[in-house]
Design a protein around this ligand. Structure first.
Ligand code: ZN
Length: 353
């Protein structure tokens, strides 16, 4: 059996990386001739301007995206094609990277990822989250050739975005449980122990990090490395299985039911992880809860748990959301009384801190 795996050539996480982008690319033996920059009109544009200046990329090679829509992907693809670009450089939080790597996948160019927020594991994953016909879909995308992270940029991100990244990476513990379960029961054909080991270690290194000061340089490196490793685990698995199980189904259900919600991906995933682990394994629940507590994430989670009904409805919907993604929630019958009491208990735990 042959499995083709695409992994990035390099990952650089350092202070003032944006100002040193030229040196970083040269050191990696990467010579970009004809790039375009995908970014947004927010704060990322300031960062993109630094990169543009250092690499002598003119302003007319910048394209600004506003939403993760298929139309935007096609617009970026047309732009890159018309300029015969060899590289698409994505600079931003979620949407610029999602659109950039999906456009690259369709176009056939190379992708360079410069994340400005540490809020999810899509920084270097072969999956992009795109709205197609009004529905949020996970689609196949290009793995980046390289990833450049500027520690100073991450340090200026509000803590909520770091919390989101922590919860997204820790959720691998839940996803792996579901992957193993689905494989054992014959609902999943593909299972890869190497991918599991990477996804698991990535989660554990954040989970077990002693000093909970999230803005410490050492922790930022651990978090970013882990988020990238999670993406590589997905590439090896050939699916998002090692990083997406019932807790991600909960997040997708929440988005489907309440599409205008303003919660971050990791916040919905973290909420889902607490609920699912409460039902599945109290030890896992305790471990996750104490991790969130020590990182002082519980205060943030109070916002999403405030509306108990929305949490309950999403948990109910998560059960049958993806038929192709068998999880622990498929193992248990729906019982309104039990589901409501789980929501109440988890909420009570969160609000008692
Ligand atoms: Zn995720």
């Amino acid at each position: 059996m042959y499995n083709s795996i695409d992994v990035p050539l390099f990952i650089t996480i350092e202070k003032e990386a944006l100002f040193n982008v030229k040196r970083i690319l040269e050191k990696a033996n990467l010579f970009i001739n004809n790039p375009v920059i995908v970014t947004d009109k927010g704060k990322s544009y300031d960062y993109a301007k630094i990169v543009g200046k250092r690499l002598k990329i003119k302003n007319d090679r910048f394209i600004f995206v506003s939403d993760n829509t298929y139309e935007e992907v096609k617009r970026v693809e047309r732009f890159a094609r018309s300029l015969k670009s060899d590289f698409i450089i994505g600079i931003g939080g979620g949407k610029s990277l999602d659109i950039g790597k999906f456009a690259c996948y369709r176009y056939g160019g190379y992708f360079l990822s410069i994340p400005t927020l540490p809020s999810h594991d899509g920084i270097a994953s072969p999956v992009a989250s795109i709205m197609i016909d009004g529905k949020r879909m996970s689609v196949g995308a290009s793995m980046p050739v390289g990833i450049i992270v500027d520690i100073d940029v991450i340090k200026s991100a509000p803590k909520r975005f770091l919390y989101s990244g922590i919860m997204d990476i820790v959720s691998n513990i839940s996803a792996i449980n579901d992957w193993e379960l689905a494989y054992r029961k014959g609902y999943e054909i593909k299972y890869n122990g190497f991918s599991k080991a990477i996804a698991f270690s990535a989660a554990e290194s954040v989970l077990n990090y002693e000093d909970k000061n999230i803005y410490k340089e050492e922790f930022i490196k651990i978090l970013l490395n882990s988020l990238v490793l999670s993406g590589i685990a997905m590439e090896i698995a050939g699916s998002s299985r090692p990083a997406s199980g019932a807790e991600h189904n909960f997040s997708h259900a929440y988005d489907l039911l309440y599409p205008d919600n303003q919660f971050l991906h990791g916040e919905k995933v973290g909420a889902g992880h607490l609920l699912v682990s409460f039902l599945r394994d109290k030890n896992e629940y305790k471990k996750i809860f104490s991790c969130f507590k020590s990182f002082e994430i519980l205060e943030e989670l109070k916002n999403i748990f405030h509306d108990e009904d929305k949490i309950f409805e999403s948990l109910k919907k998560a059960k049958d959301l993806r038929k192709d993604r068998y999880s622990f929630l498929n193992e248990i019958p729906f019982d309104e009384r039990i589901f409501r009491s789980v929501v109440k208990k988890v909420k009570k735990d969160i609000f008692s801190f």
